[in-house]
Design a protein around this ligand. Structure first.
Ligand SMILES: C[S@@+](CC[C@H](N)C(=O)[O-])C[C@H]1O[C@@H](n2cnc3c(N)ncnc32)[C@H](O)[C@@H]1O
Length: 248
């Protein structure tokens, strides 16, 4: 693969919203957004600079996530002092998990991941070969201080989510960031939704991540299918690069 193609690929996988400030500003028009992603959410200040401290001394090869923190801070502010039950599909090196652990200090988190990467990672070993064998070890090390609040489940999401459902587990917050295949995203959403309590928040990543040529290989088709299938059962509380729903 040429260096140029490799750069294009890693840019694509960086998944950063093309214009962060605009969606944040429009979504939080009713919040006090100031320069440097500092904002006041329900009377509490959230600052990206402060949040950066959560990641000091940790090992990461990628950051696909922290640009979403201002949005999450607003959506999840009401859980800050509550023992929220959180489930995430797709943990990678643990960046989103570290957000939940730090922003929601009384929460418990279930992390589901095969730690084998997604189809697009495995399809491009040139880009990810050195990182893929490391992601689980990085996750374990990065999250070690929070081990007592984390339940790590190393499995395919379809299996793990079904098992949690059979066990009668319930969650207040679900974050869907695993496989990008639309059928998997739809399936992860359906299974997580069945365990989400009314009033709970479900967030889908990568709604606008449309880098693979086939629509079925990108999350959007899966998220749109979910939105149609469950119409009337949710309120959209955010729509941009990510989609967040409140369960009615
Ligand atoms: C984009 S990464 C998650 C990023 C992470 N949330 C963060 O903040 O850095 C997607 C993850 O989903 C995992 N994954 C992909 N398909 C999966 C599946 N079917 N079941 C479980 N995990 C899966 C991959 O191993 C990878 O670690």
């Amino acid at each position: 693969m040429s260096p140029r193609r490799l750069t294009q690929l890693t840019d694509a996988f960086s998944k950063k919203p093309r214009n962060l400030q605009a969606p944040v500003a429009s979504h939080f028009a009713h919040y006090n957004l100031v320069h440097g992603y500092k904002m006041t959410v329900h009377g509490q200040e959230f600052s990206q600079t402060q949040a950066a401290g959560w990641f000091a001394g940790k090992t990461f090869g990628y950051d696909w996530t922290s640009s979403h923190f201002p949005i999450w801070a607003g959506l999840l502010a009401r859980y800050r002092d509550l023992p929220a039950r959180v489930i995430e599909v797709g943990s990678w090196e643990g960046r989103s998990a570290l957000f939940f652990m730090n922003f929601l200090p009384r929460s418990q988190l279930v992390c589901i991941d095969t730690f084998e990467g997604s189809e697009e990672h495995r399809a491009h070993p040139e880009a990810f070969a050195s990182d893929l064998p490391e992601i689980e070890r990085r996750f374990d090390t990065n999250l070690a201080p929070f081990a007592h609040r984390i339940e790590k489940r190393k499995a395919a999401s379809a299996v793990a989510l079904a098992e949690f459902g059979i066990d009668g587990r319930r969650f207040d917050i679900a974050y869907i960031d695993g496989s990008h295949a639309s059928a998997d995203v739809y399936g992860d959403g359906v299974l997580a939704w069945s365990m989400l309590v009314p009033g709970g928040i479900m967030m889908f990543d990568d709604y606008e991540w449309e880098y693979l040529p086939e629509p079925r290989s990108n999350p959007k088709l899966g998220i749109d299918s979910f939105l149609r299938a469950f119409e009337g059962q949710y309120r959209i509380v955010h729509m941009g690069f990510q989609v967040a729903l409140e369960k009615l």
